[in-house]
Every structure is written in structure tokens, then in C-alpha cells.
Design a binder for this molecule. Structure first.
Ligand code: FES
Length: 269
């Protein structure tokens, strides 16, 4: 799902994480080698790397938080993973702030406490990087989805159900768009039988169906491949066990309007 904080479709968060990652690792290595060789210049290098890493960490956190809030699907396994990823990174930042604050000067010799804490922080950074990798490569957060011969990704926010989601000419067959109405995420797409609308929330682990593939009248989740019938919501193939919510579509003057089905109460005005 396309990143909120991006430059020409390139997510900013992965560009910036190299700063704290490299600088914190450098700080740790400088301190270890400085300790082994009793070299105060290496301790100073470690100190300044740590300070620069803290600044880099704050810079990387901003686009990361923006993507966690605006891109990672709500009520999904990726939301929890992202929270853990951010929490661990915050912990690492706090550790390096404490270490910098404890040093009386740049050339002060690091004690066993600082070195131990720093080693723990680097180990935490590795675990957090692992989670970040899962968010990028398995949950596809930040991936800019394109449709072959059917245009680029479309996304829209509506003030209420009374507003049109799109013009029917905007969607080619097999193309989907994400429509946000308050806290509901609805996918509007075109299958061979016309315009359809269904919930973006995969009932397995909350994957974004709008980021999947619409083939014929079946949508496939991008995370673990569950398939759903877009007319009835029933599961065509697991691992999902429960059907997805289907929305009613209406076309007036070429504009597509969506609303929850009668047995499905709207969560938004
Ligand atoms: S989240 Fe697992 S198949 Fe959709």
C-alpha cells in the first residue's frame, strides 16, 4: 500500500532508517575498539555518532509514524507489528539519549554500564529491523501498487456516504480503489459484471484487499492469499474462514455511490 510520506512513490522512512542504523552501530563499534585500544579519539567518534544517530532516529520516526497511522490497515497483524517496531526503536533512542547524557565529555571513557546498555540496544535494533523487514516485504507497507493496462492506484476520502466514491469511467476491469468514509475502508472495483464494493478488511489477519488482485469476480488478499467472492463476500479459498462485508453500489449520472447493506449498520454518518 502506497506510503503517505513519499517522494515520487519512494517511501521516505526506509531512506532515513539507514542514518540511526549505521550511526548507532558505528557508535557501538567505536566504543568497543576504543576500549580495546584505550583510544580517546575513538570514544569521541562514538559519542558524536551516537548524537547524530539520535537526530537521524527522530527524522526517520516521523515518516514511519505517518505510515503507521495512515497506511497500515487498522485491526490487522501489521498494525500490532508496526507498534512493536516503533516501540523498540523508541527504546533504542532512549538508551542512546541516556548514554549521551551520562558522558561528561566526548572523550570520556565509556564504562561497562554504557557498553552493556549499548550492546542491548544494538540487539534490539536488529529485532526491530527484522520486524521492519516483515512490514515491508510481507505486509507490503509502502509498496506502490500499479495495475497493468488499468492505470495507477486510486484512493479517496469521503465526508459521508451521500458523496460519490468515483465516476464509473475511472475504473477499468480488474482495477480497485480504496474509499475511506470516516473510519470505514471500502474497496470499489470493477469486475466483468460491473461495479462492486466490499470491505477492505481481510477476515484472516486484516490484510488490505484493495492492495490485492481482483480477477473476475474474486479478490485475493495480498498477505496470505485468501480469496473472496466480491458479490456475496463468501470465502472462495482460505486461510480466511469468515466472509467479508459487501456494500451496496448505485450509479447515478455516471457517479458511483456506495453504502453499507441493510443488515450492516453504517459506522459513519
Ligand atoms: S490477512 Fe491473511 S489472507 Fe488476508
Amino acid at each position: 500500500m502506497r506510503s503517505r510520506a513519499q517522494i515520487a512513490s519512494h517511501p521516505i522512512h526506509p531512506m532515513l532508517i539507514v542514518l540511526p542504523l549505521g550511526l548507532f552501530l558505528g557508535s557501538w563499534i567505536f566504543d568497543l575498539t576504543g576500549k580495546a585500544t584505550n583510544n580517546e579519539l575513538l570514544w569521541a567518534a562514538s559519542y558524536y555518532c551516537g548524537i547524530a544517530g539520535i537526530v537521524g532516529g527522530f527524522c526517520a520516526a516521523i515518516p514511519g509514524v505517518m505510515d503507521w497511522i495512515g497506511v497500515v490497515p487498522p485491526r490487522s497483524s501489521a498494525k500490532k507489528r508496526g507498534l512493536l517496531h516503533g516501540g523498540l526503536n523508541t527504546l533504542v533512542l532512549i538508551v542512546f539519549i541516556i548514554i549521551a547524557a551520562r558522558r561528561s565529555s566526548a572523550i570520556a571513557e565509556p564504562g561497562a554500564f554504557e557498553l552493556g546498555l549499548m550492546t542491548l540496544a544494538i540487539a534490539t535494533l536488529v529485532i526491530s529491523g527484522w520486524l521492519g523487514g516483515t512490514l515491508s516485504y510481507r505486509n507490503q507497507i509502502g509498496v506502490d501498487h500499479r495495475y497493468a493496462n488499468a492505470g495507477t492506484w486510486k484512493e479517496r476520502s469521503l465526508e459521508s456516504w451521500a458523496r460519490p466514491a468515483c465516476n464509473q469511467s475511472e475504473l477499468s476491469e480488474g482495477q480497485m480503489m480504496l474509499v475511506r468514509v470516516a473510519d470505514e475502508r471500502v474497496v470499489v472495483g470493477r469486475c466483468p459484471e460491473g461495479i462492486i464494493a466490499f470491505s477492505d478488511h481481510c477476515t484472516h489477519k486484516g490484510g488490505p484487499l484493495s492492495d490485492g488482485a481482483l480477477v473476475g469476480c474474486t479478490v485475493q488478499c495480498p498477505w496470505h492469499g485468501s480469496q473472496f467472492d466480491v458479490h456475496t463476500g463468501r470465502v472462495v479459498a482460505g486461510p480466511a474462514k469468515n466472509k467479508i462485508d459487501i456494500y451496496t453500489t448505485e450509479i447515478r449520472g455516471g457517479e458511483v455511490y456506495v453504502k453499507p447493506q441493510r443488515d450492516q449498520a453504517p459506522k459513519a454518518a
